[in-house]
Every structure is written in structure tokens, then in C-alpha cells.
Write a protein that binds this ligand. Structure first.
Ligand code: C2O
Ligand code: CU
Ligand code: CU
Length: 446
């Protein structure tokens, strides 16, 4: 279980978190040492937790031999604090972003984002959870490590000597591993002590899609997507997550029983293979827990105003959007603060997904049909099946900065690193044209 990182004592009400990126060795396979990277340890990172309204300040120290960044995936914050490729942390340096948490309760995460090296840095182990609470907490399990557990899913390949194998930048998808890790553990087992348990599932893999189900086909409730709680729980037998996506589920257990969480081959290029993920053992006596509430959050759907701007993004091959590979110096889109827009993502070939920094979106359509009920909440990352169009209603935030871009990209890290990424800025409404003109002339000037 990743430890909860306690913030430093706060006199001024600011919660200060310290993260150090470091290299080391981790025993993942029996009797072998794997060279890995981690935050405050050798592999993965601690779980951060904060509440809506909290002021947070991070100190991120880079003790790696390479420049990296730390991106707060799912966080709604000013672009300069976002930790994308424009906020590099040189070896030996400390980066100290700060912001006020202003979004509904959710499960977000953090990971490096240096352009061209994200796949490698994440694959080596740099990733962690960032949980956000708010005051309207309904009666859901929320005792970290007791009835509320992070489940970070990652697939790896190992060489005979125990080192991580495979080139995250080779082949169509980079890494599709054959060893499944949960929270960095191979062959994990979890003992639960309550009748109902909440799992916050993160797909932290480079490319693999998981189709999650229990071996006994038990039913359970999806209660949240990437960006927060659903209005009401959705009962399912299985659900899928592509890289970067999160979902929260609540599962019921009977005393003394065992359950096995698996990923099931769904015939999709990035979802091939059946694998066991996590064995869960229920204690002989379980503490009673309330039923999943029928209403979870006062969920406000994103309403698209008439005449909303529609932008179209074509994903082709593995290295470009709308025919253009990522260019750190090019701003692709200029968006007015607070806008609600329709973004259409078109995919001509094999599987991709699409992540937008800073925003919350809802999926309007996946290839002409409504998304599955369990994926109708606020999201920031969505699967884009081959030969399909996904339509999103995107709600942009208030943080104006015409000079610092946010990213949108395929979260299959091999594609992101190869150039399937673009940049947008959020500007004061009414200044879009002016900003676009300045940007175009300064870019063509180089
Ligand atoms: Cu999870 Cu642009 O990132
Ligand atoms: Cu992100
Ligand atoms: Cu892709």
C-alpha cells in the first residue's frame, strides 16, 4: 500500500508536501533486484491527499541523473503549476508549485511529463496517487488503507537479471508487458476487513488497456470517473480503463471468502491477454458497512451552449495530431477561459486515447453511441477506439495565461513521446484573436 504522505505542519494553513525523485533498486520479483525510480523511495510514490479549498505547496526535488517534470494529472490549476514539458526540473533542482484545490472530490495522480521521455520515466516507476476530498462526502468508505484502497495497475516486462525489459518507444504501442503489478507488487494479495470496500483504480500503464472483472463475475458499483463522483452508482460486472484513466468502485465481500480481480482479453489491440491482478481475502469477521448510497454527488452535467465552438483532432499513425507532430514552440489552440466546447477526436487506425490537461469533460458520443453508463461522469482521459470518432463536451477552467500552454495528447506514452500531443492556452474571453495573431507571428519568426 503506498503510504500517505503527511504534509509538513502548516502554520499559515498551507499544506506543504515534499517529493524527491530518486533512483534505486526494488525487489519486485522473488530473489531479484530491479533498478527503478520512485518518489521518496525506490518505486512509485506516496499518496497525497488534500481537500477542496486547501492551499497546497509542493517541493519536488530531482535527484535523478536526468531532467524531468512532475505533472498533476487531473488537477485544475494554473498552467505554470501544471508540471508539463514547460516546467522542467533539472537534476539537483527543486520545483515549488503551489495552488488552491478547487474541484470536486476525485482520484487524480502525478507522474513525469518531460517531452520525449515520459514513457521511460513512468515505466521506471515514477507515479503516485493524489486524492481530493470535499465536504459533501456521502457515506462511502474513505478510511485510507482500511476500507479505501488505491489500485495502481501497471504491466512490465523483465529481463532474466530482474531489470525492466522492453523499449517504451519501440513498436506500435511501446510496452505491453506480461507481468502485472498492483501498487508495484507482483502477485499481490489484499486482506479486507469490512463488508464493503472502495477501490480507486488507476491505469498507470504505458499502453495496456484493462477490462476489469472478478473471476466469479460478481457485480459491483462504479461510483466515480477520472474527474469525480457520478450522480448515482452504476452496477456492473466489468469495466475498462485505458492509460491515465481512473475509476472508483465499491465491492461487497462475505466473511472468509476469496475474490480474484482479473483483466479479460477484449480482442482489442491494447487489451490482449487474460491476467490475474489481485487476490482479495476477506477476514472471517467483517465490520458492517452501509450500503452504497443511491445518490452520490450533486452532479451537474456539462451543458453545451448553442453555437459552441467545435474543434476536431485527427489522430493518425502514432506521432501527430491533425498532421502535425508536437512542437514545444507552437500553440495549437487558443481557448477563452470558462468556455464549454465540443472536441471531436477522430482515429483512423489502431487504438489511442485522449487526455486534456486542466479540464473536465463528459463523453457525448463514442462512434455514434452513448458511452457506457459507468463512464458518463466527469473525465479527463478517454479511450478512442480505432476507426472511430469520440465527441466530448469540454469545460475549461478560469486560469488565464496566454504564454504558458496546457497539453492534450494520446496517453499511450509511446505515442505522446513521439509527437501525438498538442498545446492550448487559456486566455481572457475576447482576446482569442489577438493572442492567436501574436502567437502565429512569434512562431513563424523562428
Ligand atoms: Cu497524465 Cu499529459 O498526462
Ligand atoms: Cu494530465
Ligand atoms: Cu495513441
Amino acid at each position: 500500500m503506498p503510504p500517505l504522505l503527511q504534509p509538513k505542519p502548516d502554520k499559515d494553513g498551507v499544506r506543504r508536501f515534499e517529493l524527491t525523485m530518486q533512483a534505486g533498486q526494488t525487489r519486485i520479483l522473488p530473489g531479484k533486484q530491479t533498478p527503478t525510480w520512485g518518489f521518496n523511495g525506490t518505486f512509485l510514490g506516496p499518496t497525497l491527499r488534500a481537500k477542496r479549498g486547501d492551499r497546497v505547496r509542493m517541493a519536488v526535488r530531482n535527484r535523478l541523473p536526468e531532467t524531468s517534470t512532475v505533472h498533476w494529472h487531473g488537477m485544475r490549476l494554473p498552467a505554470i503549476m501544471d508540471g508539463g514539458p514547460h516546467q522542467p526540473i533539472e537534476p539537483g533542482a527543486v520545483w515549488t508549485p503551489h495552488w488552491t484545490i478547487d474541484q470536486p472530490a476525485t482520484t487524480s495522480w502525478y507522474h513525469p511529463h518531460p517531452h520525449g521521455s515520459t514513457a521511460k520515466h513512468v515505466y521506471r516507476g515514477l507515479a503516485g496517487m493524489f486524492l481530493i476530498d470535499d465536504d459533501h462526502d456521502v457515506d462511502l468508505p474513505s478510511d485510507y488503507g482500511v476500507d479505501d484502497f488505491p489500485i495502481i495497475l501497471q504491466d512490465k516486462r523483465f529481463a532474466a537479471d530482474g531489470s525492466l525489459d522492453g523499449d517504451p518507444l519501440k513498436g506500435t504501442f511501446g510496452i505491453l508487458g506480461d507481468h502485472m503489478l498492483v501498487n508495484g507488487t507482483f502477485g499481490p494479495r489484499l486482506e479486507v476487513t469490512t463488508e464493503r470496500v472502495r477501490f480507486r483504480v488507476l491505469n498507470g500503464s504505458n499502453a495496456r488497456m484493462y477490462n476489469l472483472a472478478f473471476a466469479d463475475k460478481r457485480r459491483f458499483h462504479v461510483i466515480a470517473n477520472d474527474g469525480g463522483l457520478l450522480g448515482a452508482p452504476v452496477e456492473v460486472e466489468e469495466f475498462s480503463l485505458t492509460p491515465g484513466e481512473r475509476a472508483e468502485i465499491v465491492v461487497s465481500f462475505a466473511p472468509g471468502e476469496q475474490a480474484l480481480l482479473q483483466t479479460v482479453d477484449n480482442g482489442v489491440d491494447i487489451g490482449e491477454g487474460d491476467f490475474d491482478l489481485l487476490r482479495i481475502v476477506a477476514a472471517a469477521q467483517l465490520r458492517p458497512a452501509p450500503a452504497v448510497p443511491a445518490r452520490l454527488a450533486s452532479f451537474v452535467p456539462i451543458t453545451v451552449p448553442p453555437g459552441a465552438k467545435v474543434r476536431r483532432f485527427r489522430l493518425t499513425g502514432h506521432d501527430a495530431i491533425n498532421g502535425k507532430p508536437m512542437d514545444m514552440k507552437r500553440i495549437d489552440e487558443v481557448v477563452p477561459a470558462g468556455a464549454v466546447e465540443i472536441w471531436e477526436v477522430e482515429n483512423n487506425v489502431y487504438s489511442h486515447n485522449f487526455h486534456i490537461h486542466e479540464v473536465a469533460f463528459q463523453v457525448l458520443e463514442m462512434d455514434g453511441s452513448a458511452p457506457p453508463a459507468y463512464a458518463t461522469g466527469y473525465k479527463d482521459t478517454v479511450y478512442v477506439p480505432g476507426k472511430s470518432v469520440v465527441r466530448l463536451a469540454v469545460q475549461f477552467g478560469p486560469h488565464v495565461d496566454p504564454r504558458t500552454p496546457y497539453m492534450y495528447h494520446c496517453h499511450l506514452l509511446r505515442h505522446e513521446d513521439s509527437g501525438m500531443m498538442g498545446q492550448f492556452v487559456i486566455v481572457k474571453p475576447g482576446t482569442e484573436e489577438q493572442v492567436s495573431r501574436v502567437i502565429t507571428s512569434s512562431h513563424s519568426g523562428h
